[in-house]
Each structure stands twice: as C-alpha cells, then as structure tokens.
Design a protein around this ligand. Structure first.
Ligand code: ADP
Ligand code: MG
Length: 389
C-alpha cells in the first residue's frame, strides 16, 4: 500500500503535484478535459486542506525545446473553470522567476508550471533538474498514473528529494488494477484485442498465470487463427509471432477463446463491402475487421458468470462504424454485468466511450501505456518511487 495525500500534513505546505494534463488541443483550446477532471479530487482535497498547490505536467512531444503550441495556458484556463478560482500559469517549470512566484504563494493558490518536457532533463531524469523542481515544494504528490511508466524527472526524480505520496487518481488505479492482478475474485476473465499481438505478448504471458478465461479478438486474433492453420486472407498478421502464438495456445488450453466467425471486408476502408463468415471460410482477397455475431454470443457466455473482467484492446476496427459492432456489443454487455469490470488501453477506452457505457464500467483506466505495463506485471517506476504505508 502506498501512502496517499491523506497520510501527510498539507496545511500551509507547498505541495508539488504531478498530474497528467497531456490533453488534446484544437485551435488553442482543450478538446477533451477528461484528464483534467480526473485530477480534481486530489486538487480539491489539497485546496480544502489549506495547501499551496503547484501542478506540473508534460504535454505532447516538444523534444526538450520550447514549443509555443504546447504551452499549458489553455489547460490552466480550463482548470480554473473547473476549480472555480484563478489558476496561475507560469512560463517555465524551474528557475528564479518560478521560485520567486512560488515564494509569494498563499494557501488556496493554484499554480501550473509550464510543460516539463520543454527541458531535455525531464526525460533524461537529470538529478539537478529534479532537485530544482523539488526545491519548489515541501511535499510531492504523484497523481499522473498515465505517466507512471516513465522514469522522468517530474515522475521519479523529484521523489528522491521530497516526502512522496499518491494522489486519489493514482490510488484508484493501483487499487483496481493491483487487486485484479494480485487477488481477483474468480472467475477472472480477460478480453484482449487491438492491432498487434507483438505489443501485448507480455500482457498475455502475465494474464495466463492468473485468468480462468482469455477471450481474444481484434487484429491480434488473426495471428492465433493462422497459427491454428486457418486461412486469413489479407488480414493483419504478424508472421514473426506465429511461434509465440502456438506456444500460448498450448499453455492456455481451453481457457483461450478465439473468434468462431468474423466480419470481413474487401478492403481496409470505412465504406468497404462487408460480410460475416465462419473463420475457416475467409476468402483469399478479403480481410478480417471485426468479430462476428456468433463470436459475440460465445464471448458473452464466457463472461456471464465472471466476477472480475479486465479488457484491453478493441475487438475490431471500431473507427469504422461498420466494424465497431463486436467491440460495442461487448462493451454494452460488460456495462450490465455483475462483476468488477476494468478497462485499460488508449483505444479501447475511446471505443467504450463511443459505445456510451463508460460510466457503467467500474474502472476505466486513464493510463494507456501505463495500464498495459501494469498488466504485464512490470513495476511502474512512478509508483515504485512513492512511499509505502
Ligand atoms: P489499445 O490502445 O486499447 O491498447 P491497440 O493500440 O493495441 O489497443 O489497438 C487498437 C487498434 O487496433 C485500433 O486502431 C483498431 O482499429 C485496431 N484493430 C482492431 N482490430 C483490428 C483488425 N481486425 N485488423 C486491423 N486492425 C485492428
Ligand atoms: Mg492504442
């Protein structure tokens, strides 16, 4: 168990909070404020308890240089609406001007430091840079689960110099994902999809030591189907991973469930001709873009009695409405399921949002890459750096 903001004295203290404000911008405005909202419980708690709140985040990939389009001003503007008080955006994250501004802070003030990635030392986790960030505060709070897999200065480095605890979002992510891996209520069923098996071998590997069932769809299912000897036409496949797929099939036995029918297309296009076929009848010049209706029913039967479900990766090319139904149908089914349901991964989270059921899932992880590494069973440096209770 990690210490949280509840376990430290924050009244009158300067509290440096790493948040994940890496939000999409369009025309200089925040296009989706989900990540800003996700940090509100921690920010509001600190304000209610009389802290001086200093926020920091990266945004985009400025590659260690100042990029004006990646300044955090639009984020500060949106945040100030959400916390209903001014949020002062500083023009850098370290340096004498920042130090002077912070020295004049009052309890209840909220400052947002400039994009940490404007400095190359952020990614290289240079100790001198981390120490400068840390010198601004008395306590460090990490609430940026989405960045917890990065050993960067604002994530890991600062924790060397300050008492370091988790924020509420971080706490929730660790609670749900950690519980599912360490002590899940059984039956525990995982659903895996997405484009490539190669990016998820670590996840399959780790989940196979824990799950009662593993349902596989999406592009990665094709490699398994081919490994079983099916012809998959022009479908996305990774021939380099055929051996791994065979090995996983053997290890998993009955637990691993693959599509029995698929929605195929005559080309990779939203307007492509499409039809449903059994997996052993995919024509040579067609490609698999979704799981079929019989597979949806099969997956539902396998999920029906589950007590814990973890899902990563969409089951089809959900970006094309014609090939989104498999993913959406499973999302709707999980929304009504009496089980602890957890969804992690950039694209599957977007898909479940499009299906309109995200609020009926127990935990929608805010970390794409971070949740994937968590599911691989890897210790995340940003979590490891925080103090244990
Ligand atoms: P996540 O972000 O949830 O971890 P991935 O990044 O691994 O998921 O994969 C998401 C992508 O997989 C989506 O863009 C989707 O279009 C693609 N995909 C899903 N099924 C297929 C398929 N059958 N063929 C090609 N691409 C697919
Ligand atoms: Mg993705």
């Amino acid at each position: 168990m990690k210490k949280t903001v509840r376990d430290v004295e924050v009244e009158g203290k300067r509290v440096l909070v790493r948040v994940d404000f890496n939000v999409p911008l369009t025309e200089g405005r925040v296009a989706d404020d989900t990540r800003i909202r996700a940090a509100l419980p921690t920010i509001n708690y600190l304000l209610q308890h009389g802290a001086k709140v200093i926020l920091m985040s990266h945004l985009g990939r400025p590659k260690g240089k100042v990029v004006d389009e990646l300044r955090l001003d639009p984020v500060a503007e949106r945040l100030s609406e959400l916390v209903d008080r001014p949020v002062r955006k500083l023009d850098d994250c370290v340096g004498p001007e920042v130090e002077a501004a912070v020295a004049r802070m009052q309890p209840g003030d909220v400052f947002l430091l400039e994009n940490t990635r404007f400095h190359p030392e952020e990614k290289s986790n240079a100790p001198a840079f981390a120490e400068k960030l840390a010198s601004l505060a008395d306590v460090f709070v990490n609430d940026a689960f989405g960045a917890a897999h990065r050993a960067h200065a604002s994530v890991v480095g600062v924790a060397e110099y300050l008492p370091s605890v988790a924020g509420f979002l971080m706490e929730k992510e660790i609670a749900f994902l950690g519980q599912a891996l360490a002590a899940p209520e059984h039956p525990f069923v995982a659903i895996l999809g997405g484009a490539k098996i190669s990016s998820k071998i670590g996840v399959i590997d780790n989940l196979l030591t824990r799950v009662d069932g593993l349902l596989i769809g999406g592009g990665m299912a094709n490699t398994f189907l081919k490994a079983q000897g099916h012809e998959i036409g022009q479908s996305l496949v990774e021939d380099d991973s055929l051996d791994v797929a065979r090995e996983m099939l053997e290890r998993a036995g009955e637990r691993l469930v693959l599509p029995v029918d698929v929605v195929i297309a005559d080309r990779f296009d939203a307007e492509a001709d499409s039809k449903v076929m059994p997996v052993d009848q995919v024509p040579d010049d067609w490609l698999i873009l979704d799981i079929g209706p019989e597979t949806v029913e099969l997956f539902k039967r396998k999920l029906a009695g589950a007590r814990t479900v973890v899902w990563n990766g969409p089951l089809g090319v959900f970006e094309f409405p014609r090939f989104a139904e498999g993913t959406f149908a499973i999302a709707r089914f999980l929304a009504d399921l009496e089980a602890t349901t957890i969804i992690g991964g950039g694209d599957v989270v977007a898909a479940v949002g499009q299906a309109g059921v995200a609020d009926r899932i127990d935990h929608v992880s805010t970390g794409g890459g971070a949740s994937l590494e968590f599911l691989e069973g890897k210790p995340l440096p940003g979590i490891a750096a925080l103090e244990d209770k």
